[in-house]
Write a protein that binds this ligand. Structure first.
Ligand SMILES: Nc1nc2c(c(=O)[nH]1)N[C@@H](CN(C=O)c1ccc(C(=O)N[C@@H](CCC(=O)O)C(=O)O)cc1)CN2
Length: 294
C-alpha cells in the first residue's frame, strides 16, 4: 500500500479543505490523516493531508492535475511519497553526541532519512562515520578560508543531491549567501532554550544567570545567528548545586532528542515556514509506523 502526503500553503479563504479533499477523492485517493491551521495573524492557511492510493499514485499526474485546483487559491503545494527518504548531510565540529544519536536512530530505522555524507572541520569522528559506510569529508575552516570552505561544503551538498543539511553542533557561522541559498534546508541544534542565550557558550551564560531550567532548540538557520524559525524545543531542570559542565552533561540528552524530533518532522514534510515562525503538524499517535520516531 503506497502512502503519500500533500502539503499546501495559501492565503486563507473558504473552500480550501473541500477543494483538496474533493480532488483526492476524484483521483482515487483515500485520506488517512489531515491537519490544518488558519493563522489570523498572517492570513496564511496551512494543510497537510496524508493519503493512500490503491493503485499507487502517479505523482507527476497528480501534480499536474492539482495545479488547476491550486491556481485560483494561490496555493503553494507539493506531493510527497512517504517511502522516499530525504537525503541529509550532517555537519559536526567537536561535540559528537548529536551525530552519534542520529547515526544510531538512522541505523535502527527510527529516523527514515538517507545520510549521504558527514562533513566536519575536525577529524574526531572520521572513524565512526566511515564505520557506518557513510562518506566523511574533513573541510577545515579558518577566518581566511571561509569562502573556500563553504564552496567545498556546497560541492558535497550538490554532488550528493542533498535535500537537507543538519548542523549537529557545527560551531562555525555560515555566510549570509549560504543561508539564503539553502533557506529552509539547514537545521541547527542550539544548546539553549532560545531566545535565551544565543551564540557561543550558552551553558556558561545560563550558569552565570542562575537559571533553574536549561534547554535545547532546533531551528532553521538564517543569517541572523540563532534567530531562525524554531521547529522544536525542550527543557531540563538544573539546580544551584550544578556547574556548567553538569549542564553540558544534562544537555546532551535533550539536545539529541530535540534535534531528532525536528529532523523527523522536517523529513516527513510536517514543518511549514510561517514568516519568522513555523507551523508543525505532529505525527498522529496511531500514525503510520514509519512516521513514529521510536
Ligand atoms: N549563519 C548562521 N550560522 C550558524 C548558525 C546560525 O543560526 N546562523 N547557528 C550556529 C550554531 N551555533 C550555535 O548553535 C554557533 C556556532 C558558532 C558560533 C561562533 O561564534 N563560532 C565562531 C568560531 C568558533 C570556533 O572556531 O570554534 C565563528 O564562526 O567565528 C556561535 C554559535 C551554526 N552556524
Amino acid at each position: 500500500m503506497s502512502r503519500y502526503a500533500l502539503t499546501v500553503t495559501c492565503p486563507s479563504t473558504r473552500g480550501i479543505v473541500a477543494a483538496v479533499s474533493g480532488f483526492l477523492a476524484d483521483h482515487g485517493c483515500n485520506i488517512t490523516d489531515s491537519a490544518q491551521f488558519d493563522d489570523p495573524q498572517t492570513g496564511n492557511f496551512f494543510i497537510r493531508v496524508s493519503f493512500r492510493s490503491e493503485e499507487g499514485a502517479d505523482m507527476a499526474a497528480l501534480d499536474g492535475d492539482f495545479a488547476e485546483v491550486a491556481k485560483p487559491f494561490g496555493m503553494n503545494f507539493a506531493f510527497h511519497d512517504e517511502a522516499a527518504k530525504m537525503k541529509v548531510v550532517i555537519m559536526v565540529s567537536r561535540f559528537g553526541h548529536c551525530l552519534n544519536d542520529l547515526l544510531y536512530r538512522w541505523r535502527i530505522g527510527a529516523l527514515p532519512i538517507d545520510i549521504v555524507a558527514v562533513i566536519s572541520n575536525h577529524m574526531d569522528y572520521q572513524k565512526v562515520v566511515v564505520n557506518h559506510d557513510i562518506p566523511f569529508h574533513n573541510i577545515k575552516v579558518t577566518p581566511e578560508n571561509k569562502p573556500q570552505a563553504e564552496a567545498a561544503i556546497m560541492q558535497v551538498v550538490e554532488e550528493t543531491e542533498a535535500d537537507l543539511i543538519v548542523l549537529a553542533r557545527y560551531m562555525q557561522i555560515l555566510s549570509d549567501e549560504m543561508c539564503q541559498k539553502m533557506s529552509g534546508r539547514i537545521i541547527n541544534i542550539h544548546h539553549s532554550f532560545l531566545p535565551s542565550f544565543k551564540g557561543a557558550n550558552p551553558y556558561k551564560q545560563a550558569f552565570e544567570r542562575g537559571v533553574k531550567l536549561i534547554g535545547a532548540t532546533a531551528h532553521y538557520v538564517t543569517a541572523d545567528l540563532d534567530e531562525g524559525p524554531i521547529i522544536e524545543q525542550d527543557i531540563v531542570r538544573v539546580t544551584h548545586a550544578q556547574s556548567p559542565s553538569d549542564y553540558v552533561s544534562l544537555g546532551r540528552e535533550v539536545e539529541a532528542q530535540v534535534f531528532a524530533r525536528a529532523i523527523h518532522a522536517h523529513s516527513h514534510h510536517r514543518v511549514f515556514l510561517n514568516g519568522n515562525k513555523t507551523v508543525v503538524f505532529p505525527a498522529s499517535p496511531g500514525g503510520y509506523a514509519s512516521e513514529r520516531m521510536g
